[in-house]
Design a binder for this molecule. Structure first.
Ligand SMILES: [Zn+2]
Length: 286
């Protein structure tokens, strides 16, 4: 009988019966999370009251789209462009039907898809904000995400309000095949029109921002800023290592590395993000 099992070089006691395992889960479930940054346990309410940033090591956990809106906008903002749902154009099945994945994600997040649009005030500025939801099928971009973001861009252009997009995405949604890839062109075109109209656009890249999202709107901001430690890239590190057969440098594809290489304009701590955006918008308006 094994009493301990080694996992990532650490010991963890093993429950001796399924009943004991279940009981342990019930007792602790949802109260503590282990920080991937400092490996310390964090009391969940402490984490939540700290904008999902580890109070010990400042590791930035993912932030749900709705909480992102609450954090960036003044109370009384309005959610817009809601009610769009994927039609599953390819009738796609992998290990389970795409329709079933959609239903589950909708139930778990309370959203129609991996995106929320809002209009409201950010300090003194009337803005349009579009925030992605990673918990909805990895924040992947299908037709609904693409259309919703394109509507935010058009709204910003027509109402002449600065646009902020908060990216959090594993990339294009493969279950929608080429339809998902078309969203890159659609959003980029709308952003070009926004640029012609001289309305500011700031992209905030959060952990993770990868694939077709990085390859389109996430890198097209007048300012591209990121949260600390976010994974940002096109292909993932494993794919690149296997392709070029070389070990990648430490911190490759993290915000700080990309800032140093000139891909980003700034890395901003989540608690400073709103003030940073307000100041940037003041500067752009002048
Ligand atoms: Zn930590």
């Amino acid at each position: 009988m094994s009493w301990f099992k080694r996992e990532n070089g650490e010991y963890e006691s093993v429950a001796t019966s399924p009943e004991e395992a279940a009981e342990r889960r019930v007792r602790t479930e949802g109260l503590w999370v282990k920080c991937p940054g400092c490996r310390q346990p964090i009391y969940k309410p402490d984490l939540e009251s700290n904008l999902n940033v580890c109070p010990k090591c400042q590791h930035h956990f993912k932030l749900p789209a709705r909480r992102r809106m609450d954090m960036l906008l003044e109370p009384g903002y309005e959610l817009v462009d809601q009610g769009l749902r994927s039609t599953d154009p390819l009738n796609f099945h992998d290990i389970k039907p795409y329709k079933q994945r959609l239903r589950k994600a909708q139930e778990e997040t309370g959203l129609d898809d991996a995106i929320l649009n809002a209009v409201g005030q950010m300090g003194p500025h009337a803005v349009v904000v579009s925030a992605m939801e990673y918990a909805f099928i990895g924040g992947s971009m299908g037709a609904v995400v693409g259309e919703t973001i394109a509507r935010a861009v058009d709204r910003a252009r027509l109402e002449r309000k600065p646009l902020i997009i908060v990216a959090a995405s594993g990339g294009a949604r493969m279950m929608e095949g080429v339809v998902s890839l078309m969203q890159m062109a659609k959003i980029s075109t709308a952003l070009a029109q926004l640029d012609d109209a001289r309305v500011p656009y700031i992209c905030v890249l959060t952990d993770p921002t990868t694939g077709g999202v990085t390859a389109s709107f996430a890198m097209l901001g007048d300012l591209n800023i990121a949260e600390p430690g976010a994974l940002i890239g096109f292909a993932g590190p494993r794919v690149i290592e296997q392709t070029i057969r070389q070990k990648l440098p430490e911190g490759f594809q993290r915000s700080e590395f990309l800032l140093e290489k000139g891909f980003l304009d700034a890395v901003v701590h989540r608690r400073d993000l709103k003030n940073y955006l307000i100041r940037a918008l003041e500067f752009m308006r002048a």
